[in-house]
Design a protein around this ligand. Sequence first.
Ligand code: SF4
Ligand code: SF4
Length: 99
Amino acid sequence: MEKRGNACTGCNYCKGCPNNVDIPKCMEEYNISKMLGSPIASAMHYFSRIPKEQRVENCTACGDCIPLCPQFLDVPDELMKVYEYFGDEFTTFCDLDEK
Ligand code: SF4
Ligand code: SF4
């Protein structure tokens, strides 16, 4: 499993996703987890603070947000990593051995 997060600064320039994904918040919990090595705490924040309708699984990879990012992140690709990391349920996340 990749130990580093991504370069998202939380600038919010990508806000306005047509599918309502809260990109900065999703990236933030992922990056905090990677940086601090506190996966359970971050997962609790991810699932409790971000409504399901705003989580990464709603991304359709339309690409609208890519040109908006000053960090030149491939946002949908990064969101896929967040999804692979947290999954879509807290219980599923807790079942995984290594983060
Ligand atoms: S690529 Fe995903 S996160 Fe970005 S605007 Fe499209 S649906 Fe939203
Ligand atoms: S525009 Fe890029 S750096 Fe800014 S919050 Fe969105 S993903 Fe993060």
